[in-house]
Design a protein around this ligand. Sequence first.
Ligand SMILES: [Zn+2]
Length: 69
Amino acid sequence: MKTNERQPERICPICGKAYRAVPALSRKDGQTLICPDCGTREALTTLGIEPDEQEKILAVMHKFMDSYE
Ligand SMILES: [Zn+2]
């Protein structure tokens, strides 16, 4: 996947956040573009992870990704 391409600003229909990261495809309908965080949440929900646990995982992921910037 080309992650270095400049992305247009998009508004995530789930959380309403503006983002420029490479969008994720919603698993719910297979065509809605959502922000990477919501994509991760959907994936974690599929795995049966509780929402409060999902936020902890996202926080760790953000920390991890920030170290590459
Ligand atoms: Zn979102």
